[in-house]
Design a protein around this ligand. Structure first.
Ligand SMILES: [Zn+2]
Ligand SMILES: [Zn+2]
Ligand SMILES: [Zn+2]
Length: 331
């Protein structure tokens, strides 16, 4: 369970990240290419998140830290992908498993399967059934063609060492990195690597912000405001606050924050917004809530003197803000 203050910290960090141009570019790229950041292994054997590296340069560690940080802020959801086996000598991730002879240690093994023909009971290596033209299989005993793979039953497998001739059905598993380092299972480094997904509510939030914020900016500019989108304001405390939109006209100023969720907006975004508005001394704070607000938000917003505008999908917001500004004599 997250405490209330953790949640509001998370909410404000999310807003701060959204306001960073590089993060916006990154999210736009991720959302338009499937909504997921997948790890991959590069030529030099290191783990990469290629889509992130297109926008943000940095080492593997920095990129991973950024992804983790964005996950903590609620922008990504972490999805375990798989274990990566790393070489203990150079931490390369491009490691291949190898089967080795338990007797001589060489990796020159050949796998043999022992098959039984159900119709006549003949048992022999798979190679004994081969030799029919066009790659078909034929029983060397009863000479019938194997039309159905179900007529053959696997009765055993073994591995034969081409170097020392030993046969085994439990070869040793060893690993080989692209640099040629060989190591045993006891020495490998096992690392769980994650993919990062942008959850649906964040995708929705981004879409609405991307569409709504520029439209609201246009409106405010047409009404003679000087507009920043997003806008940074330094508060009385010295802290810098980011708003989706900050607009000035003479002595009057307006801030607009867009809050989006899949369920009715609760008090957390409102309280976080109020703290910023109060510190920054905004005269006319507006919160746009999509799709709706709960009862407490409605009550609290009056106490905070924040004008809350709701919209089920972001439409109609421009008209409501125009009406609000006109009421204030600013439109
Ligand atoms: Zn047969
Ligand atoms: Zn051997
Ligand atoms: Zn290595």
């Amino acid at each position: 369970m997250q405490s209330g203050s953790d949640k509001s910290l998370q909410a404000s960090e999310k807003q701060r990240l959204y306001s960073e141009p590089r993060i916006r570019d990154l999210l736009r790229l991720i959302v338009t290419s499937g909504g997921r950041v997948e790890p991959s292994i590069g030529q030099e054997g290191k783990i990469h998140w290629e889509i992130v590296e297109k926008v943000i340069s940095g080492s593997e560690l920095n990129i991973r830290d950024l992804l983790e940080h964005m996950t903590e802020a609620g922008i990504f959801k972490r999805v375990p992908v798989r274990n990566f086996i790393l070489c203990p000598l150079d931490e390369r991730a491009d490691v291949l498993p190898q089967l080795a002879c338990p007797k001589c240690g060489k990796t020159e093994l050949v796998k043999t399967s022992l098959l039984s023909h159900n119709l006549c009971g003949y048992i022999g290596e798979r190679s004994k059934f081969e030799g029919a033209e066009a790659g078909g299989l034929i029983c060397p005993k009863c000479k019938r063609e194997i039309k159905n793979e179900g007529d053959l039953r696997l009765v055993g497998i073994w591995f034969e060492c081409m170097s020392c001739g030993a046969r085994t059905n439990t070869p040793n598993v060893i690993f080989l990195c692209k640099e040629g380092h060989q190591f045993k299972i006891a020495d490998l480094i096992l690392e769980t690597v994650y993919a990062y997904e942008v959850p649906q509510d964040v995708i929705k939030e981004l879409r609405v912000k991307e569409v709504l914020a520029p439209t609201l900016k246009e409106l405010l500019v047409s009404l003679g405001f000087t507009v920043e989108q997003p806008g940074k304001v330094t508060g009385r405390s010295g802290a810098s606050h980011t708003f989706d939109i900050y607009a000035r006209k003479g002595d009057e100023d307006v801030s607009i924050e867009v809050a989006i969720d899949s369920k009715p907006i609760d008090t957390v975004p409102l309280v976080t917004y109020f703290a910023k508005v109060f510190d920054a001394g905004i005269k006319h704070p507006v919160m746009v809530a999509v799709p709706e607000i709960n009862e407490q938000v409605s009550i609290l917003s009056k106490t905070y003197n924040i004008n809350v505008i709701t919209s089920s999908d972001g439409t109609g917001v421009v008209d409501k803000i125009r009406a609000y500004l006109s009421e204030l004599g600013l439109g």
